[in-house]
Ligand binder design. Structure first.
Ligand SMILES: [Zn+2]
Ligand SMILES: [Zn+2]
Length: 147
């Protein structure tokens, strides 16, 4: 399942206001790096579901996260900011013994959890980094051979 490719500019003023009113009041909006543009993090979906991007991640697991939702494009874009709990879904990978958490919000639409979504760009970057590390390791092996 591929990630949705929708992108939007962040409504910075509204986001800062939402951050200051987060529960507990422990968040200093100036400490939160808000990107000028954000990508929809959900799996590919139709227009009946809103695009969503996480603007702020709560510091503890019990914290709630700030999400930006939007529909439409350009002048017809409609924003909505909402503080939501995390999706409780987890995936236990038997072969690695790792448990992966769904990083989406509670009751997300589409229902596909984040661990089933592939981001081709992120994956390409990760592969490049891995390849780079491998090259580096080979270089070091060569150095040792020279000595
Ligand atoms: Zn989307
Ligand atoms: Zn989920």
């Amino acid at each position: 399942m591929l990630q949705c490719t929708a992108v939007t500019n962040t409504p910075i003023t509204e986001a800062v206001i939402a951050l200051t009113t987060l529960e507990g009041g422990s968040v200093h909006p100036e400490d939160v790096l808000l990107e000028e543009f954000v990508l929809c993090e959900l799996p590919e979906h139709d227009e009946t579901a809103e695009h969503a991007s996480q603007l702020y991640v709560g510091e503890t697991r019990e914290d709630q996260d700030l999400w930006l939702f939007w529909t439409g494009t350009d002048a017809h874009r409609i924003y909505r900011l909402e503080v939501l709990a995390m999706c409780p879904a987890r995936l236990h990978e038997r072969h690695t013994g790792l448990t992966r958490r769904c990083v989406f919000f509670y009751n997300h639409r589409p229902r596909d959890h984040s661990f089933f979504v592939t981001d081709p760009l992120r994956q390409a970057l990760a592969e490049e980094i891995r390849a780079g590390l491998r090259d580096h390791a080979e270089d070091r092996t060569n150095d040792t051979d020279d000595i």
